[in-house]
Ligand binder design. Structure first.
Ligand code: DGL
Length: 264
């Protein structure tokens, strides 16, 4: 059981922000990563559809051999975490609860900004989690649908990215938040641009770090941590594996992994 991998899923390469933390905090763990590029973006889709994708992908990952799964997508967490927990026996972690907790612990002035997909913002999933922890906190949210395609193209710091980000962040900056949740796993790759626009006094929260810490705790409690160093990483995409290879090279530099195209 300890040898089994951590399953990670996202609509694309956004979940790489979670894999980065996995590599740092749980470096010995095997990884089975699923990117649903063919059906991306998830942001404009309906609850039931996304929920169906989540169940289908976790079933796929279970066949590859996983002992736990991180839904490394805020949209899929908002739409499918509850269903996935009902459906599967293994520990399943989302990114919203850890992100909300980290943001509440960070804010001093009680004003938290949220950038995320349309679905995540409209679901009010972050609002609910934050208000549950501290009902006094105010939340200022703005959906940023153009961010995900920019990240998928590796346009992390282009002029276009700065222009788009300025528009999206304007109302949140005007609200004088002191904390901003990067509520889509793609957005940590835009951290430099977002931070430049928001200014040094605004703290950016990347939920990936806290999500992986939560997973680590669960694996420790269940005595499921992998001990040996012999490690494998397998990547799957419903889209173009060559594009994904390029992004793996840019984000992680080259390392040993396998990549496979999947047809559903
Ligand atoms: N990375 C995803 C998230 O965290 C979704 C991006 C999308 O497919 O719209 O919400």
């Amino acid at each position: 059981m300890k040898q089994l991998a951590i399953g990670v899923l996202d609509s694309g390469i956004g979940g790489f922000s979670v894999v980065k933390e996995l590599k740092r905090l749980l470096p010995k763990e095997n990884i089975e990563y699923f990117a649903d590029h063919a059906r991306q973006p998830y942001g404009p889709k309906e609850q039931e559809e996304i929920e169906g994708f989540v169940v289908q992908i976790i079933n796929f990952l279970l066949e590859k051999g996983i002992k736990a799964c991180i839904i490394a997508c805020n949209t899929a967490t908002a739409a499918g975490l509850i269903k996935a927990k009902e459906f599967f026996d293994i520990p399943i972690i989302g990114v919203i609860e850890p992100g909300a907790k980290a943001a509440v612990a960070t804010t001093i002035n009680g004003k938290i900004g949220l950038v995320a997909t349309e679905f995540t913002v409209n679901s009010k999933a972050y609002h609910k989690e934050i208000k549950r922890i501290n009902p006094e906190v105010e939340i200022f949210a703005n959906p940023c649908p153009k961010f995900t395609p920019l990240v998928e193209l590796g346009k992390f710091e282009t002029t276009e990215t700065y222009q788009v980000a300025k528009e999206y962040l304007k109302p949140i900056k005007n609200a004088k938040v002191d904390t901003l949740i990067l509520g889509c796993t793609h957005y940590p790759f835009l951290q430099k641009v977002i931070s430049d626009i928001m200014g040094p006094e605004v703290k950016l929260v990347n939920p990936a770090y806290n999500a992986v810490l939560d997973l680590k705790k669960i694996l420790e409690e269940k005595k499921l941590l992998k001990i040996d160093k012999d490690k494998k990483e397998n990547y799957y995409t419903t889209g173009n594996p060559d594009n994904m290879k390029k992004m793996i090279k840019i984000i992680f530099n080259s390392f040993k992994y396998s990549i496979e195209k999947v047809k559903f």
